[in-house]
Structures are given as C-alpha cells and as structure tokens.
Design a protein around this ligand. Structure first.
Ligand code: FES
Length: 213
C-alpha cells in the first residue's frame, strides 16, 4: 500500500518541490530581464564619455587654429577652412572640394588605439606609438594608421535649443559642419560621443610602394 504523501498543510512533497522550482525560475527570469534592461538601455549621461557634451560656441577655436582639447570627452574640436590654406589645413591634390566647418575628432589613433597629442611644433597630430601623423582635420598623412581619424556627430544649436546645423554623413563619414552662415545665432555645440563614424581610408603613395614609415 502506498505511503501517504500529503503534509499537514494539505500539500504533497511533490507539489511543494514544484512550487519551489517555479519560484526559482520566476526569480531567475526576473533577474535575467533586469540584466537585459540594464545592458540594453543607454546608461550614458550628458557630460560622460559615451554621452553628449555641450560646449559653448566660445570654445570653438578660430579657423585653422590648433584644436580645442576636450580630454574628458576624448575628442578634439576643430574649425576648418581650406580656403584659408595654411600648414595645418591645406587642400590636398585629391580633394575636389574645400573643407569648411566644425568637426569633433576622436582622440584614439586608428592604428592600434594609442592616444595621440597635437604637436605644436610640427602643427599636426602625431601618434607617439608608431609615428602615424594626421592633418588638423584628422586626415591621415603618414602611416601605419590605416585611415583618417574617426569623428563624432556634431550639432550646432541656438540659445533657445533650436537646431541650426548637424553633422552630415557622406559615404559613412561625418563631414565638417559649415558654420559661417549661422555663427551669429549659434550658442552651443553638442558633440555626441555615442555617435562615431570611421574616418575614410586613403591610399598613400607609401602604401603603394610598401615603404610607409
Ligand atoms: S597606435 Fe598610433 S601609430 Fe600605432
């Protein structure tokens, strides 16, 4: 004759174990859902790398001057104009259009990820790790870097928050944002460090000759 399996509370041992198992699974599912939401939702706040940085229009350097360093955002803010050609910002022979406007350049070298400084003497970015060099707008001018420096999305706003101009991506790269026509109303430059695009790759003569430094 089978033994009685009903407890004093009216619940069998099997039922009890089933409820314990169900509760465990529910707890696991709740934890999993919580973790999923934690990873899925953006956790970056304004002013943190990965989020949006708000700069005053006064932070914008004069055209073709050395870049403004925003260290906590890991970017350089540059004001470019090849119409006013100089050693920092010249129009290269393969560039069919002038480069005019504002850009935010990622401070990580496209070769192996070193942080590179602006070299005041040579008036260009120079990576200390393996010697890659870049023009003021981030264009690669010496290897072994495989491409031009990456850029973040830039938005120019008026004092009341009205958007005056935004980064335009062309062939997957952010172009400089022209600012001449809106300078009188511009008050804020927003740089979204969560929105980054690669700089274009370019073939250098030394790439073809396989003798890049
Ligand atoms: S990491 Fe910059 S040149 Fe290698």
């Amino acid at each position: 004759m089978a033994q009685a399996t009903v407890s004093a509370g009216g619940m069998s041992r099997r039922e009890f174990l089933f409820y314990v198992w169900g509760a465990s699974m529910a707890l696991f599912a709740a934890q999993f859902t919580g973790l999923f939401i934690w990873f899925a939702l953006p956790r970056f706040r304004e002013g943190e790398f990965g989020g949006t940085f708000r700069l005053s229009i006064a932070d914008l350097p004069p055209k073709n001057d050395p870049p403004f360093n925003r260290a906590d955002g890991r970017f350089w803010l540059v004001n470019l104009d090849t119409r006013d050609s100089n050693v920092r910002m010249y129009r290269a022979s393969d560039e069919t259009e002038d480069i005019v406007g504002v850009a935010a350049i990622y401070k990580v070298c496209t070769h192996l990820g070193c942080i590179y400084p602006w070299n005041e003497t040579n008036e260009r970015f120079e990576c200390p790790c393996h010697g890659s060099k870049y023009r003021l707008d981030g264009r690669r001018i010496e290897s072994p870097a495989p491409r031009t420096l990456d850029r973040f999305a830039v938005t120019i706003k008026a004092e009341d928050g009205t958007i005056l101009a935004q980064s335009d991506s062309e062939e997957g790269h952010f172009k400089a944002v022209p600012i001449d026509d809106i300078l009188a109303q511009a008050a804020v430059i927003e740089v979204d460090t969560g929105d980054r695009l690669d700089g274009p790759s370019q073939t250098l003569i030394c790439d073809l000759l396989n003798n890049c430094p």
